[in-house]
Design a protein around this ligand. Structure first.
Ligand code: KIV
Length: 265
């Protein structure tokens, strides 16, 4: 069994093969996802909503992240394990380093995900220079939900789009290894994916990204309230959770998901 590494994902981008990412917060989901062929398992701070029942990710602590990351990483042998730095865990670059080190040494993560663009450049560079793999998160930043006035599409104006593209290019230069783009128009995601050499993972960012991510509970129809436009329930036409995960992998790899109904112009 070959372990998925950043080299694997870079090679997939080069060869044009799509890869998949799903969130998991416990051992049983992690095993099912790894067996379905999910390349990257994300312990997302979306656990604030789907596990803790909150409106946002903002209550998630480092201890929450470490507890759930360790439950996932303990049983995974192949998938790349990515964990979120939660709200305010990256106030300074030194804090970000200390907390990333905890996610890696106590939580078993291989790569940490950090929200933000230009303001996080120094932090990303600090971590990269010290050997920590980083995924940068741009577009809709759930940790800024109160500042941006809700969970809504970003990058629709030319000015916003240029800013996100510039941030992506600058983050790559600072040493980030992966980029996650949330809720941006497909045309912008396409420009970014073509203009940077690191793999781009999209959620609500169209089919041209190198990979897709969704919250696992959403793809099983377990969304509280109305699902976001980019969500698809893969359990509807399958017989089990395991088959739903496999169907998600198949549809992403074959380019059937996301289709236009799941994306933004
Ligand atoms: O926390 C999370 O689950 C995420 C995804 C929505 C990408 O960041």
């Amino acid at each position: 069994m070959n372990k998925i590494t950043l080299t694997t994902l870079n090679n997939m981008k080069q060869s044009g093969e799509k890869f998949t990412c799903l969130t998991a917060y416990d051992a049983s989901f992690a095993i099912a996802q790894e067996n379905a062929g999910i390349e990257v398992i994300l312990i997302g701070d979306s656990l604030g909503m789907v596990i803790k029942g909150q409106f946002s990710t903002l209550s998630v602590s480092m201890d929450d992240m470490i507890y759930h990351s360790a439950n996932v990483s303990r049983v995974c042998q192949k998938s790349l394990i990515m964990a979120d730095l939660p709200f305010a865990a990256d106030i300074t670059k030194e804090e970000a380093y200390r907390n990333s080190a905890r996610l890696i040494s106590e939580g078993g993560a291989h790569i940490v995900k950090i929200e933000g663009g230009a303001t996080m450049l120094e932090t990303v560079q600090f971590l990269a220079q010290r050997g920590i793999a980083v995924c940068s998160h741009l577009g809709l930043l759930p940790q800024s939900v109160y500042k941006v006035g809700g969970y809504r599409i970003q990058g629709r104006t030319e000015e916003e789009a240029e800013k996100i593209l510039d941030d992506a290019i600058a983050l790559e230069a600072a040493g980030t290894d992966l980029l996650l783009l949330e809720c941006v128009p497909t045309a912008l995601a396409t420009r970014i994916t073509k203009n940077i050499s690191i793999p781009v993972i999209g959620i609500g960012a169209g089919a041209t990204c190198d990979a897709q991510v969704l919250v696992s509970y959403d793809i099983l129809g377990l969304t509280h309230g109305k699902p976001a436009r980019f969500v698809k329930n893969f359990l509807t036409d399958t017989l089990s959770i395991q088959d739903a995960f496999k169907e998600y992998v198949k549809q992403v790899k074959e380019g059937h998901f996301p289709s236009n109904e799941h994306t933004f112009d």
